[in-house]
Design a protein around this ligand. Structure first.
Ligand code: GAR
Length: 189
């Protein structure tokens, strides 16, 4: 069988990374080749150690001012690049080298609450302040504008007036854990 390779990018905790790695751990048709992070002390690197996955740190120069990360990606030759809580904009050189092969998860129902500065708790606080009655997740293709690539999948959850921003974050994370690995699996099948 032709095993498909995925490379994950993350900037922080990496709970989605861990969930994706666990989902594919007993499957032979997809393998997580490596996790790349732009934060030297990101918790995701601890998870990589625990999960026996290659975790690589890169800095801004390697990512956006040279071809270093691009060349690493070319060597890894992924079938899919998955942004799982990654907060830097992807340089055009990488987007052009991997057309239709980069996806992102956003913790809201795009096009609402997208764009620069809209990530993590900032999104959930904005959802709370605006008294939204629902929120959710969006999995989408990555293009050169933040959060504007074609939408692949959305899932929704109600927001109660009593929900704190942390409660909203928890609900959204649960949706991410349920849907993200399955969408990746489907894209690669
Ligand atoms: C996730 O909720 C993801 O949707 C969000 O960061 C969180 C990372 O959590 N991504 C963005 O906000 C991108 N704009 P995790 O590190 O625990 O997986």
């Amino acid at each position: 069988m032709n095993t498909k390779r995925i490379v994950l990018f993350a900037s922080g905790s990496g709970s989605n990374v861990e969930n994706i790695v666990n989902y594919f751990s007993d499957k032979t048709h997809v393998t997580v080749t490596a996790v790349l992070t732009n934060k030297r002390d990101a918790k995701v690197l601890d998870r990589c150690n625990r999960l026996n996955i290659s975790g690589l740190f890169f800095n801004k120069h390697a990512f956006a001012k040279s071809d270093c990360v691009l060349n690493i990606l070319k060597t890894l030759n992924p079938d899919l690049i998955v942004l799982a809580g990654f907060l830097w904009k992807i340089p055009n050189s990488i987007i052009e080298a991997f057309p239709d092969k980069i996806i992102n998860i956003h913790p809201a129902l795009l096009p609402k609450y997208g764009g620069k500065g809209m990530y993590g708790m900032n999104v959930h606080q904005a959802v709370k302040v605006n008294n939204e009655t629902e929120t959710g997740i969006t999995i989408h293709m990555v293009n050169s504008n933040y959060d504007e690539g074609a939408i692949i999948h959305q899932a929704r959850t109600p927001v109660l007036p009593t929900d704190s921003a942390e409660d909203i974050a928890n609900k959204v994370h649960q949706l991410e854990y349920e849907h993200f690995p399955k969408v990746i699996d489907k894209l690669l099948s």
